[in-house]
Design a protein around this ligand. Structure first.
Ligand SMILES: *[C@@H]1O[C@H](CO)[C@@H](O)[C@H](O)[C@H]1NC(C)=O
Ligand SMILES: *[C@@H]1O[C@H](CO)[C@@H](O)[C@H](O)[C@H]1NC(C)=O
Ligand SMILES: *[C@@H]1O[C@H](CO)[C@@H](O)[C@H](O)[C@H]1NC(C)=O
Ligand SMILES: [Cu+2]
Length: 220
């Protein structure tokens, strides 16, 4: 006969996958796994991330297909959630929320990544030298609520105008656990052509919607 304590142990072992949760971005909405990712990285990888959306890249059973890039958005693809595309303006400040059920101390950053060239665009927008330190009694508030500000000019504005090209990628590496976490927010940055503003002022000068922000910057 099975002892009640044995049943408890069995129940605990059955539910350990849920307890292995680690971290993810919850806002703005990040790329989710779907059929396009299944085609590139295998259904097993999609099922694993659906079961635990905070899973580190190292724990996901990716297929070894050349069309799958685990270290770019944990394999997630724009095609699966095109409706989650965010529209930003130059200089916009974007608040983020992260969920970190299991912290692991290590570096973290948020950068614009061009997913077609798999390269970081411009400078990282936010850098934590030490993030999610499990030795602290409680995590600093900025680990789970922070914001990044898009540049008002430069490469990001040039490269990130079309849907599906650029993401804001949250990247965190837990040193002790040796686990990598990535969440990707698809976005476009919309630069107003300034046709109306230019015409009203009788000049051909290009103004963007954040002209106010731009002027404040210049005064510093
Ligand atoms: C994201 O994509 C998945 C897979 O295609 C789908 O099940 C889900 O409803 C989508 N979510 C949103 C918010 O678009
Ligand atoms: C973000 O942090 C990781 C881990 O330290 C590092 O490998 C990566 O180069 C950093 N990215 C940028 C753009 O600084
Ligand atoms: C996060 O907050 C901590 C504690 O207040 C501070 O030391 C650190 O500089 C902040 N980091 C960032 C990237 O804002
Ligand atoms: Cu972990």
């Amino acid at each position: 006969m099975i002892q009640p304590s044995a049943l408890v142990l069995l129940a605990v072992s059955l539910f350990t996958p849920a307890a292995s949760a680690h971290g993810e971005i919850t806002s703005p909405p990040a790329r989710l796994p779907g059929p396009a990712m299944a085609q590139a990285c295998g259904q097993q990888a999609v099922n694993a991330v659906l079961a635990d959306s905070t899973m580190p890249i190292e724990s996901v059973p990716f297929s070894s297909s050349s069309s799958c890039n685990p270290f770019l958005c944990r394999g997630a693809l724009f095609a699966d959630n095109a409706s989650l595309l965010q529209r930003f303006t130059p200089g916009q400040t974007i608040p983020f929320k992260a969920s970190i059920p299991i912290p692991h101390e290590g570096p973290c950053n948020v950068s614009v990544v061009n997913t077609q060239t798999n390269s970081v665009v411009g400078q990282p927008l936010l850098v934590f030298d030490s993030y999610a330190d499990e030795r602290l009694a409680r995590l600093p508030a900025n680990n789970t609520a922070f914001s990044v500000t898009l540049p008002t000019d430069g490469e990001v504005l040039k490269e990130c105008g079309a849907p599906g090209v650029c993401v804001l990628q949250w990247f965190w590496f837990g040193e002790g656990a040796r686990q990598t976490y990535e969440s990707c927010v698809d976005f476009v940055v919309e630069v107003s052509t300034g046709v109306q503003e230019g015409a009203a002022q009788g000049g051909g000068e290009k103004l963007n919607k954040c002209g106010r922000v731009g002027k404040r910057r210049q005064r510093r």
